[in-house]
Design a binder for this molecule. Structure first.
Ligand code: DLL
Length: 444
């Protein structure tokens, strides 16, 4: 057990030519790729040809990256309407693999990749692993699910590109995960932050933390707070990094935070980010929160123009202390569709997480939000796990704790909250993305 050595982080840049490029050079590269991509989709994807024709736009009208705002948007609904292969820019025989959303009901969101797309994906994840301090000497224990979900395959491809050992555990069976982590001497692990916390607590309970050789966690696929990162880091004595991605653009490896944790560096040579005002789609200034939109600049299989992710963040183009010039997107507060409007106030699960992690004293960051409508009024109930000792006979202490949590939540969220304290391990743990909210209001 040892954190990644803290010195020489500037050497942990896999591709300085790209990752530390000047803004002018990067714009030139993006312009060249965008012009090519627009011509490609106009010639090969009926959906884009029709959209551009409707706007009176010809490929020749796009002369550089500054013209990107002229292009049409793509939405998840467009993907659904063209499911499964309607947005391909190459024949199906050129598709090397497909990946999809992790959801289990309804039609999937499906993304198709050529071999070159798969190689680029692996390269981006290798950049991210290097950013977390890994080298070919490392052993990466992957407990993201393998399958249509991009987590397992994405981290595996990254390990392959980096040349380190991949341990393809996939999700499930926590005791076996810990046994293999210890026996094989894993030096890094990859899973969702919620599962990372669960694993960390299980390792602590089993008394094996000191026998693990972990130094880094590669955690993402769901929103999480810095407080949560610090909690996992302190239990396992590792550095954890936030990795972001979505199957439509590429899986994990679209962006990742560096050791300074001041936002996630976007691999904008491949995935051009825009942050737009959700109301009128005008560009947000640096630091202003809006919807993240991506254009895939070099994708072959299923290129996307201005794909609306529904993820909310802000962007920062100022240089980072790590030496990278790649812009940084702020850690995500959530998605537009995670946000709950409760009595007119916008509430995100990550706000609850941050409050619980600050409370300490037997309050665990395992929670569930339940929204109901009672007599036409929204009621938010938050179930929180607290230490067993509160459930012995000291009823007064339990009431006082409930009140303390309710006050802190009300202050942070701006709405009153009914707090229900529950015993440890009552709230269902997730091996993939955690489900934090149940909305019973049946809003349309
Ligand atoms: O979640 C890809 C991934 C796998 C990323 C493993 C990181 C690690 P999808 O299943 O297509 O892909 O879900 C994409 O998950 O639009 C975000 O809402 C959310 N998401 C992904 N990474 C993060 C993150 C994978 N680091 C959707 N922070 C995205 C917050 C994230 N949300």
């Amino acid at each position: 057990m040892a954190r990644v050595a803290m010195e020489n982080w500037e050497e942990r840049i896999r591709d300085p030519k790209i990752e530390c490029m000047s803004r002018d050079e990067m714009s030139a590269l993006q312009s060249e790729r965008l012009v090519k991509q627009v011509k490609n989709v106009y010639d090969n994807v009926a959906f884009y040809r029709e959209k551009m024709d409707a706007l009176g736009l010809e490929p020749g009208d796009i002369r550089g990256i500054e013209d990107i705002t002229k292009l049409p948007f793509t939405t998840k609904e467009d993907l659904r309407n063209n499911y499964p292969f309607g947005l391909l820019a190459v024949p199906q025989s050129k598709i090397a693999r497909v990946q999809g959303t992790s959801g289990t009901t309804g039609k999937l969101t499906l993304a198709s990749y050529t071999q070159k797309d798969v190689d680029v994906w692996g390269e981006c994840v290798a950049r991210a692993l290097t950013m977390a301090g890994l080298t070919e000497e490392d052993k990466l224990h992957v407990c993201y699910g393998y399958g249509l979900f991009t987590g397992g395959m994405g981290l595996d491809l990254g390990a392959r590109a980096l040349g380190c050992m991949a341990i393809p555990m996939s999700s499930g069976n926590t005791q076996r995960q810990l046994m293999c982590m210890e026996d094989f001497g894993a030096t890094a692990f990859a899973c969702t932050p919620s599962y990372a916390l669960y694993l960390a607590e299980a390792a602590q309970e089993a008394g094996i933390v000191d026998r693990l050789q972990l130094k880094a966690g590669i955690n993402g696929a769901e929103p999480w707070t810095d407080e949560m990162r610090l909690k996992i880091e302190s239990i396992l004595n590792v550095n954890c990094f936030d990795i972001y991605g979505l199957c439509e653009v590429t899986g994990p490896g679209v962006a990742m935070d560096c050791i300074h944790h001041k936002g996630l560096h976007v691999y904008e040579d491949y995935f051009y980010p825009e942050v737009l005002n959700p109301a009128d789609h005008s560009p947000c200034a640096d630091g202003e929160t809006g919807e993240l939109v991506f254009t895939t600049l070099a994708k072959e299989g299923m290129p996307l123009l201005r794909y609306r992710t529904k993820d909310l963040t802000s962007i920062d183009h100022s240089p980072c202390a790590c030496g990278r010039t790649l812009p940084r997107i702020q850690k995500f507060t959530g998605r537009t569709d995670d946000m709950k409007v409760i009595r007119g106030v916008n509430v995100f699960p990550t706000q609850v997480e941050a409050v619980l992690l600050k409370m300490g004293g037997g309050v665990a960051p395992h929670y569930m939000m339940i929204v109901d409508r009672v007599n036409n009024l929204d009621v938010l109930t938050v179930m929180v796990e607290v230490d067993e000792r509160f459930f012995s006979d000291q009823i007064r202490e339990l009431d006082a704790l409930r009140e303390r949590i309710a006050d802190a939540l009300k202050q942070a969220l701006g709405v009153s909250v009914v707090v229900k304290l529950v015993e440890p391990k009552t709230i269902q743990r997730s091996e993939g993305k955690a489900k934090r909210v149940i909305d019973n209001r049946n809003l349309v």
